[in-house]
Structures are given as structure tokens and as C-alpha cells.
Design a protein around this ligand. Structure first.
Ligand code: ADP
Ligand code: MG
Length: 613
């Protein structure tokens, strides 16, 4: 082999950061580098198989599609070679010198969030190719692209900031990755050790893997085997391999269907929802196969958006290998596939909710967000998804969930609507003024704690023919309760209402006697039909236009509350003082509704009121 002078390149800044952590981490499960490199070899072979479908001229076309692993315990090296698509000079620079792998990106983002547990994070993300540097003094990649006109190259790096590329003659097609092991990692040059690791993952690789010339795996597609022959551990190992996961899956669904398409599917729900942790939006994680041949690793259209948290595979023998989203016929096949899988998965969740309610609730806590997204946006599956939603309510204990169906069974015959309140947590909803009128009338109210809930409830709109209604909305009419003792008379209350309207002026749209207050003196209801308090807060947080429109609310007063009765007595005698109290009551109501934008005026006023102690 002759070669030219090596050319030196700097790694992209992000890669340097990544390498620095990978190399200095004390992460104990260093062996995952084998899984990552075998997975890359398998990807490269799959890509070659695809290229062969469309390209006539392929370099080294007679080579078998296989992966060869060799160990040398004298030289302390391990080599992983595939006859896949390989890389050209430019591809070496782009693929190994800049950040591509979504796992690596997510890993860096998690670190950016200030986490110090670097070592444990590596295992959760699987940093792809760079994991080799956990065990390597130096990594050498010999590669020849499938393109016949390109020369071969050697890429080489010790992981410290830069790498070199030189041309290298006599290379076979594909990539050969030679790892010169660090002294304390020399075990990976031992055949028995590597054999043990390969045996765990290799069953799921759809190409032959040889270790020092001996075949390790029988190529088999787990998802095509019959369910009762597969052990739990096999499923788990498959999941870890396929999803680059570290932990066991939370849920698993293995099924087949014959009509309208022949399908074998193996789906997993991971333990954690990484989007919830603030990591980037998940990419599709269910790969599409046709008779064991990978068609697309991250197909966008075989599942609805809200199922992007699923991992696994779908295999359908009714799909053409060169499926194209451009043609009507293929698109309609993909739509059918999407329908069947989604329907089946929703049925599976229904069964889980029924047969294993506790585990379903655990799942819901982690992934409920996606179900809400679907209920709000996926019209086709809305009804099924709405049934799967869970809430705390005024009748459940803290931390216990109820479904809409259960809510409906508890409704009295005169109750026509399903009520909910949005607030940051249970305590704040219970302490606010909105719930008491419902409690007094034995009406159950669902509690929603997430900012999106209001949007979701607005879109879901109804369940079982019953309207879903925000309990703090001005439209809600509650049945009369018996008149309480010692309240202001209708006439006096009427006078106070007129006075309040005059006094509060522009700040209120309407003032009226309340039919829903029991223990609080006042409450504010949203007078703007188009912007609820929560929406307003969200828009404020996002700095959106419209958040600053002057606020006007309906103020309701409780005619039997001591403060209101005192106010009635004072407003004639000491109008100035009464005005301060009225304004303060309005601000108190706004605080409860989460609508007070600026507290400075309020604090000044409150201090003035306190002077008269
Ligand atoms: P990922 O596999 O998720 O894309 P990696 O860090 O594992 O991320 O690999 C980065 C890129 O390097 C791959 O996307 C691929 O383009 C290229 N690559 C890695 N290994 C090989 C290989 N054996 N043959 C061809 N290309 C490879
Ligand atoms: Mg990879």
C-alpha cells in the first residue's frame, strides 16, 4: 500500500467537547462501543443493499454482505470490517468530523443543561462512532466507497482534537475500523470476551457476523418468529440493540395482521420520555422492513406524529422494496399500514389501562403528553385517545387518576357538562375561588396541571355527548343553592354592584352577584371569549402579540362574605377607603386567576391600607 502525505483536520467544536467527555468518562460499560460499531456496519450494509437496487456500477460488487470482527491480543487491537457502502474522502470528513448522530446531539444537549453526571449519560445515549474512543488509544478507519471512481482512504485519530486523512491503496469496499486499545481496555482484544458481547446483540443483525473467521450469529428476524417461542430477555436485548437503549422497555407489543396488509410488528415504549426531560423532539423510531430487508430506518409516515415515542420494527411483505412516497399507489399502502398499526396500538393501550391500571398510569405519567397531543390534533383517533386520557379531580385523592368515562358514571342526572380547571398544581386549584361553587353543589371538577391542557380540552370539546367546559368560564351557569343566612339583601347587593362598577370603571366588564362563591369574597371570570387566562399567560411567556391587550374581567361578589358586607357598610361613609378595598379585592381576584401582570401598584395600595392598622 502506498500513500500520500496525511492531511490534518480539526474536529468540529461539538465533537471535541464530546470526545473530551467520552475519553475522560469513567463509564463502566465501555463494551457498548462494539454494539455501536456493529450497528454502523449493519447500516452500511443495508445502504449498500439499497444502492444495489438502483445503481449498476458498484465497486467490488462480488463481495458478500457480511461483518468481520477480528481480535489480536498480542497487538491489543480489535477490528470491525464491513463490506458496506464505505465513505469517500468528503464523507469521512462530514460523517466522522462533524456531528450527525441524533444520539450524540441529544447527549450534548443534556450536558448543556448543566448535568454533571456525564458518565452515566453516555450510556443512555449511545454516542455512536465516538464511543470507540472510550477504549481506544487510536482509531483507524480504512475505507473505500461503493463508487468505483473514488480512491481508498485511511482516517486516523487519537481523539485529541484533530484527525488525519491520507489516501490508501488496495482497500476493499466498505469500512475497516481498527482500534488500538488503551492498556486498561485490552480485554477487548480477547476473543472470548468479544464473543460474549457479540452473541448478545448479533442475533438481531440481519447480516452474518464472523469473529476471527467463525460465524457468530444465525440471521433471524425476531419479529417474524412466533411470540411464545421468544424469551423476555431476547425481546429486551433486541430493544436495546435496535433503539440504542440502555434500560429495559416499559411496554411491548408484538403482533401480526393479514388484512388489509400482511404485517408483522414489534413495538416498544421506552422507559423514559426524553422529550419531557427537555431534549429535542423525537424522530420516528419504528423502522420499516419488507421481508426482513430494511426499507427505511426512520420512516415518517407509517405512524402518526404523536406516536413518535415508539421504537421497534414493522415488516410488511406487501410493500415494494423501492417504495416511493411520490406515487399515489405507494402512499395509499403506507396510509393503510399507518391505520392498522395505530389502531392496534390504541387497542393495546386500552387493554393495558383495563388489565394493568397501575402500570398504565405510570405509562401515562411519562407519555400522557403524546396522547393529549393526539387527542387534540389527530381527528381520526380523537375518540379513542380521549378515552385514554387521565386526570386528577376534586373527587380523587392527590396522585390518583380518573378517566372521562369514570367521571361520567359519577355525574348526577341534572349535570349536563364535564367541568375542568387548569392550574399549576392541585393545591393552587383547591385554594382558588373557582372550585367552591362546584363543591357546594357536589359537582366533580377535573384538574389539569399542564399548560397545553386547556388547548387539548378546547379541541376535544366533548365526551360521550357531554360538553367539556372550563369551570372558570363566564358561560357556566350553576343551579341555585338555598339562600344563605345573613347575606346582604338583594337590594343592598344591587347597590353595591352599581357602586363597584362605577368605582372600578374600565378594569371590569361586568360586576354581579355570584352564584358560585361560598368561602371567598370575590372572583374574576374571563370576559374575553377568545383568550383565557392561561392562554394569556402562555402568550406572555412566549412574548406574543395580543398578550398586552388591556384586561377586562367579570367580577363576581359573594353577598354573604364578611368583607363584602363590611364594604357595603363603608362605601357610603368612607368612599375613599372603600375604593381602596374594592380595588384590592379586584387585584386579589386577578391573582387567583393568574391574571395580575404587575404587582407594584397593588403593593403600594396595600401598604396604604395597612397604615390604618
Ligand atoms: P449514526 O450511526 O447514528 O448516524 P454514528 O456516530 O454511529 O452515528 O456514525 C456517524 C456516521 O458515520 C454515520 O451516519 C455514517 O454516515 C458514517 N459511518 C459510520 N460507520 C460507518 C461504516 N462502517 N460504513 C460507512 N459509513 C459509516
Ligand atoms: Mg451509529
Amino acid at each position: 500500500m502506498s500513500s500520500t502525505t496525511p492531511q490534518k483536520f480539526e474536529f468540529q467544536a461539538e465533537i471535541k467537547q464530546l470526545l473530551d467527555i467520552v475519553i475522560h468518562s469513567l463509564y463502566t460499560e465501555k463494551e457498548i462501543f462494539i454494539r455501536e460499531l456493529v450497528s454502523n456496519a449493519s447500516d452500511a450494509l443495508e445502504k449498500l443493499r439499497h444502492t444495489q437496487l438502483t445503481e449498476k456500477e458498484i465497486f467490488d460488487d462480488s463481495l458478500t454482505l457480511e461483518i468481520n470482527v477480528t481480535t489480536d491480543d498480542k497487538a491489543k487491537t480489535i477490528t470491525i470490517q464491513d463490506f458496506g457502502i464505505g465513505m469517500t474522502h468528503d464523507e469521512l470528513v462530514k460523517n466522522l468530523g462533524t456531528i450527525a448522530h441524533s444520539g450524540s446531539k441529544a447527549f450534548l444537549k443534556a450536558l448543556g443543561e448543566g448535568s454533571q453526571k456525564n458518565a452515566s449519560l453516555i450510556g443512555q445515549f449511545g454516542v455512536g462512532f465516538y464511543s470507540a474512543f472510550m477504549v481506544a488509544k487510536r482509531v483507524k478507519v480504512y475505507s473505500h466507497s461503493w463508487r468505483a471512481g473514488e480512491p481508498g482512504h485511511l482516517w486516523s485519530s487519537d481523539g485529541s482534537g484533530s484527525y488525519e486523512i491520507e489516501s490508501s491503496e488496495g482497500e476493499r469496499r466498505g469500512a475497516k475500523i481498527v482500534i488500538e486499545l488503551k492498556d486498561d481496555c485490552s480485554e477487548f482484544s480477547q476473543e472470548w470476551k468479544v464473543k460474549e458481547i457479540l452473541e448478545r446483540y448479533s442475533a438481531f443483525v440481519s447480516f452474518p457476523i464472523n469473529l476471527n473467521g467463525k460465524r457468530i450469529n444465525t440471521v433471524q428476524a425476531l419479529w417474524l418468529r412466533s411470540k411464545n417461542e421468544i424469551k423476555d430477555e431476547e425481546y429486551t436485548e433486541f430493544y436495546k440493540f435496535q433503539a440504542h437503549a440502555f434500560e429495559e422497555p416499559r411496554l411491548r407489543l408484538h403482533f401480526s395482521a393479514d388484512a388489509p396488509l400482511a404485517i408483522n410488528a414489534l413495538l416498544f415504549v421506552p422507559k423514559d420520555n426524553t422529550e419531557k426531560l427537555g431534549l429535542s423532539r423525537l424522530e420516528p423510531g419504528v423502522s420499516l422492513y419488507c421481508r426482513k430487508i430494511l426499507i427505511d430506518q426512520k420512516p415518517k409516515d407509517i405512524l402518526p406524529e404523536w406516536l413518535r415515542f415508539l421504537k421497534g420494527v414493522v415488516d410488511s411483505e406487501d410493500l415494494p422494496l423501492n417504495i416511493s412516497r411520490e406515487t399515489m399507489q405507494d402512499r395509499s399502502l403506507l396510509e393503510k399500514l399507518n391505520k392498522v398499526i395505530t389502531k392496534r396500538f390504541l387497542k393495546f393501550l386500552e387493554e393495558e389501562a383495563k388489565n394493568r391500571p397501575d402500570s398504565y398510569v405510570e405509562f401515562y405519567r411519562e407519555f400522557g403528553h403524546f396522547l393529549k397531543e393526539g387527542a387534540a390534533l389527530d381527528y381520526t383517533h380523537k375518540d379513542q385517545l380521549t378515552k385514554l386520557l387521565r386526570f386528577e379531580s376534586s373527587l380523587t385523592e392527590k396522585g390518583k387518576f380518573t378517566s372521562l368515562a369514570e367521571y361520567v358514571t359519577r355525574m348526577g342526572s341534572e349535570q349536563k357538562e364535564i367541568y375542568y380547571l387548569v392550574g399549576p398544581n392541585r393545591g393552587s386549584i383547591e385554594a382558588g375561588p373557582y372550585l367552591e361553587g362546584f363543591k357546594a353543589r357536589n359537582l366533580e371538577v377535573l384538574f389539569c396541571y399542564e399548560a397545553v391542557d386547556e388547548y387539548v380540552m378546547n379541541n376535544v370539546r366533548e365526551f360521550d355527548g357531554k360538553k367539556i367546559q372550563a369551570a372558570d368560564h363566564a358561560d357556566v351557569k350553576l343551579a341555585d343553592l338555598p339562600k344563605p343566612e345573613g347575606a346582604l339583601s338583594d337590594e343592598d347587593a344591587g347597590k353595591l354592584v352599581t357602586w363597584l362598577k362605577e368605582t372600578l370603571g374600565e378594569r371590569v366588564a361586568e360586576v354581579k352577584r355570584s352564584d358560585r362563591l361560598v368561602d371567598s369574597p370575590v372572583l374574576a371570570l374571563n370576559a374575553d371569549k377568545f383568550m383565557s387566562p392561561h392562554m394569556r399567560r402562555m402568550m406572555k411567556a412566549m412574548n406574543r402579540e395580543g398578550a398586552d391587550t388591556p384586561l377586562r374581567v367579570n367580577l363576581e361578589i359573594n353577598p354573604r362574605h364578611p368583607v363584602i358586607k363590611r364594604l357595603f357598610e363603608t362605601h357610603g361613609l368612607n368612599p375613599e377607603r372603600a375604593r381602596l378595598v374594592a380595588e384590592q379585592l379586584l387585584d386579589n381576584a386577578l391573582i387567583s386567576a393568574g391574571l395580575l401582570d404587575d404587582a407594584t401598584t397593588m403593593v403600594a395600595r396595600l401598604n396604604k391600607l395597612l397604615e390604618s392598622i
